[in-house]
Structures are given as structure tokens and as C-alpha cells.
Design a protein around this ligand. Structure first.
Ligand SMILES: [Zn+2]
Length: 260
């Protein structure tokens, strides 16, 4: 698997960096975790073809994790150049996609009307995955990639994701509670190849946070969705010093590519 970080900041956007969005590529199949960034432009910047998109997964119903779906949906549905593309968006409860349709297409049924007036194949297909039980629930499996969701406590309907493909395992924690008390057990109780977590809410140098992150059973821990004031790079470096050499701590930046 190859992970391309399209956006890594906290909030909607900052100078020279976009909010969280990552592409996981398995060969020519591409999957996106969270859409806080304008992926319609960024996918093109990184030469990731829309026709290779197989799934988009949203961790929780906060705008900074799905706002980029608006320009993406408009681009996909309103121009003829993506007629051979169809991608499912799996979102948790709590996001009103009918409002997106009103905004983009001027009709609560806008998406459907567009589909009625424009024959298949359709392009962006929204569906809601149910709240996962503590032991996790598979929300997607296309034979290439399997996604298992685990509940976390950041906000109602928040989830962490385990992505499995090619015998490798990546955990995206999504946003967590400030004290990381809901850091997903799948990242600490089973070996994984990479964990991507957030640094938007608590400080990375808090002793309790360090103790929890030290339990990560992965050789690499990526810090993304970083609040620049709460967690300047010095906080990441302090955490890295504490977790070395067992765990390599990596501060994500836009455009970073990791092979897993
Ligand atoms: Zn967030």
C-alpha cells in the first residue's frame, strides 16, 4: 500500500497546507480517508486518476473531514469528462447530503434529478455506514481493500478505520478525545504496519498522551491533522524522542508519500 497525504493540517486550511485527507493506493486502486481538502484539484496535482477511485471513507461528521466532497461532487457530476467514474462515499450518520444536493444542484433531490436526467454510470454514490460496535465492523470490502470501523468518542458517530490490503494493516484513528482515552485498541492490541493519528486536540507531550501512544504496535506513527499552535513541530520531536527507537514518529506534511 502507498499512502499519499493530500492534506495534513487542522481546521479547514492554512497557508500552504490543506486539512486532512489521505489517499491509500493498492496498485491502481485508490481509496480516500477523509476529505477535508479540495481533492478534485489535489488528485490531479498528484496524478491520481479519478477513474482509479474505488472508495471514499469519512471518519466522523465534522465539516473539516468532508467539506471537500462539495467541489469534488460538483466536478464529478457536472462535467462530462468523468463519465466512466463511479465512486462510493461511505459516511457516518450525521451528515445531511440532501443539503449538499440543494447547495450544488438547487433541489433536495438534486442528485437524483441529475441522475434521472443523465443516464448511468453515476459518479458519486453516498451511503451511510452504521455506528460500529466496540469489536469493529467491516464497512467496505471490494476484494482489494477491507475497511473495518471502530467507534471512538470524539463526537457522535466518530470512527477509527483499519485498512487491510496486500497483507498490510494501516490504522487511521480519525479524531479522538482530548486525552486519547479512546485511542483505538486495534492499534495497541494487534500488530499493524502504520498508524495515522491526529494532533488537533490534546498536546502530544502530555505524559498521559505519551504513555498511550507508546503502546502503539506499529513501527511507524504518523502525526497528522496537527494544530500548529497546540502542537508545533517541537511537540512532535519531543514525542519522537520519547518513543524512539521502538516507534518512528513522523510529522505528516502535504504531499508526503509513505510506502507500507
Ligand atoms: Zn478534525
Amino acid at each position: 500500500m502507498v499512502v499519499t497525504f493530500l492534506g495534513t493540517s487542522h481546521g479547514i486550511t492554512e497557508k500552504n497546507t490543506f486539512c486532512s485527507s489521505a489517499v491509500v493506493s493498492v496498485g491502481g486502486a485508490h481509496y480516500i480517508v477523509d476529505v477535508g481538502a479540495p481533492i478534485d484539484t489535489l488528485l490531479q496535482n498528484y496524478d491520481i486518476p479519478f477513474s482509479g477511485l474505488r472508495g471514499i471513507f469519512i471518519t466522523h461528521p465534522h465539516q473539516d473531514h468532508y467539506v471537500g466532497l462539495a467541489p469534488f461532487t460538483f466536478t464529478m457530476e457536472d462535467f462530462g469528462r468523468f463519465e466512466n467514474v463511479s465512486v462510493p462515499v461511505l459516511a457516518p450518520a450525521g451528515i445531511d447530503f440532501s443539503a449538499l444536493n440543494v447547495f450544488l444542484f438547487g433541489d433536495p433531490r438534486g442528485h437524483e434529478r441529475y441522475r434521472t436526467e443523465n443516464p448511468p454510470p453515476y459518479r458519486v454514490r453516498f451511503s451511510v455506514y452504521p455506528d460500529a460496535p466496540a469489536e469493529g465492523a467491516t464497512v467496505f470490502d471490494d476484494g482489494i481493500l477491507r475497511v473495518t470501523a471502530y467507534p471512538v468518542k470524539h463526537c457522535p458517530h466518530s470512527h477509527a478505520f483499519l485498512l487491510e490490503a496486500e497483507g498490510k494493516r494501516i490504522v487511521f484513528t480519525g479524531d479522538l478525545s482530548r486525552d486519547l482515552s479512546d485511542y483505538p485498541r486495534v492499534a495497541t492490541e494487534t500488530p499493524v504496519d502504520l498508524v495515522v493519528t491526529e494532533a488537533a486536540h490534546g498536546r502530544l507531550s502530555e505524559p498521559g498522551t505519551v504513555a498511550i501512544l507508546a503502546k502503539t504496535r506499529a513501527p511507524r506513527l504518523v502525526i497528522s491533522h496537527r494544530h500548529p499552535a497546540r502542537n508545533p513541530l517541537s511537540e512532535v520531536e519531543a514525542l519522537a524522542a520519547k518513543l524512539a527507537p521502538a516507534i518512528e514518529v513522523i510529522a505528516a506534511h502535504d504531499g508526503m508519500v509513505l510506502n507500507v
